[in-house]
Design a protein around this ligand. Structure first.
Ligand SMILES: Cc1ncc(COP(=O)(O)O)c(C=O)c1O
Length: 371
């Protein structure tokens, strides 16, 4: 047996007739850019997160870029980003001309650590980007409180956290804006690139809408220098079909995670994801930690278990950011996570047999690698 890290073919198989019919509509109307399918999806996605506005764009990276720009972030500003995240979180800051300032993560969860955030915030901090990494919501009470004291805006990076919750409230409306990715492997994925900005703020939504479409105020009249960051009609059509199922898929992911947790609990040499606490985890990724991570990864790969590393090098140590002057040891918990994290296969269509087999391979591989 082999179990892949994710299986998008299986994920889409039952949906193809409906998806193809929706794509057929896009062709018959030639509404290839934005258009009614995108508008309908925006409405559905906003409702899923109880947000008044959703603006569809062409990637999560673009969503972050436009959210920051719309908040007036630019050269001379600092934006705090956790060191353990996908690099696009800080790319968005760099694109605006502001400087990313990296903070450390919590030992237990790998998420932005409010204590570390407090230490790195200063008079130039214009925004803070908590990342709901792996599908678990950050401590939004502490983070919004600290940002508020500093007059900094909060932009949630919810690219991995569709439908996740903090204290019973969906992510997406805690900050000034929240950004989502619909990269194909995400909990809600497009058939290509896609992203969205959610916000409660009418003016901010209008600004993101203008910026995504070349800064147009009316046809061929451009109020500001804008971007071509529009969502295309085919992605709107596909996402509209898939958004109806995302709650059900989330429950399946949570069931896989519960099974892993029950079966792998107490296995010496393997640290499981921390208990949920006040956050409802949507398990985009099921990330375990091991001091023998590289050996364990090799042993699992040899056994046919598809694993991933999220992420093996924290942002403050990336070559692209060498100019910022960080060194190894500056953010020790993010560095420890990067050296020990290992993502096990998790997707809604996993069968009971596959789940049991992965657990069995994990037990054997951990034993093989020692503690
Ligand atoms: C945490 C995080 N932020 C930002 C992004 C960027 O999203 P996209 O790949 O849609 O540009 C991703 C997705 O890969 C992500 O996981």
């Amino acid at each position: 047996m082999k179990v892949p890290f994710n299986d998008l073919t299986r994920h889409h198989a039952g949906l193809l007739p409906e998806i193809m019919a929706e794509i057929g509509d896009v062709f018959s109307t030639s509404a290839f850019i934005l258009g009614p399918k995108v508008a309908a999806f925006e409405e559905r996605f906003a409702a899923l997160h109880h947000a008044p506005h959703c603006v569809g764009v062409n990637s999560g990276t673009s969503a972050l870029h436009l959210a920051l720009l719309s908040l007036g972030v630019g050269p001379g500003d600092e934006v705090v980003v956790p060191a353990l995240t996908f690099v696009a979180t800080s790319w968005a800051v760099s694109y605006t001309g502001a400087t990313p300032v990296f903070c450390d993560v919590e030992e237990a969860t790998g998420l932005m650590d409010p204590e570390s955030l407090k230490r790195v915030m200063g008079p130039r901090t214009k925004a803070v980007i908590p990342v709901h990494l792996y599908g678990r919501a950050c401590d939004m009470d502490a983070i919004c409180g600290l940002a508020g004291e500093c007059g900094a805006a909060v932009v949630e990076d919810a690219c991995q956290a569709h439908c996740a919750e903090w204290k019973g409230r969906r992510v997406g409306t805690f900050g000034a804006a929240a950004c989502f990715s619909f990269y194909p492997g995400k909990n809600l994925g497009a058939a290509g690139e896609g992203g969205a900005v959610l916000t409660r703020n009418d003016a901010l939504a209008a600004r993101v809408r203008m910026l995504r479409d070349h800064g147009q105020t009316s046809r061929y009249h451009h109020g500001v220098v804008g971007f071509n960051y529009r969502m295309d009609g085919i992605q709107g059509a596909v996402l509209g079909v898939k958004a109806k199922r995302v709650e059900e898929w989330t429950e399946r992911r949570r069931a896989v995670a519960a099974f892993y947790r029950k079966e792998l609990e107490g296995l010496d040499g393997l640290t499981l994801p921390a208990p949920e606490g006040p956050a409802r985890h949507v398990y985009h990724l099921f990330v375990v930690r091991s001091p023998r991570r590289d050996a364990l990864l090799a042993a699992l790969a040899a056994r046919g278990v598809g694993c991933g590393l999220h992420y093996p090098l924290p942002l403050h140590l990336q070559e692209a950011y060498a100019g910022l002057g960080y060194s190894a040891g500056d953010l020790p918990r993010a560095e420890a996570w990067a050296g020990q994290c290992l993502s096990l296969p998790i997707f809604p269509e996993m069968s009971g047999e596959e789940m049991a087999w992965v657990v069995d391979q994990c037990r054997k591989a951990v034993r093989e690698c020692g503690r």
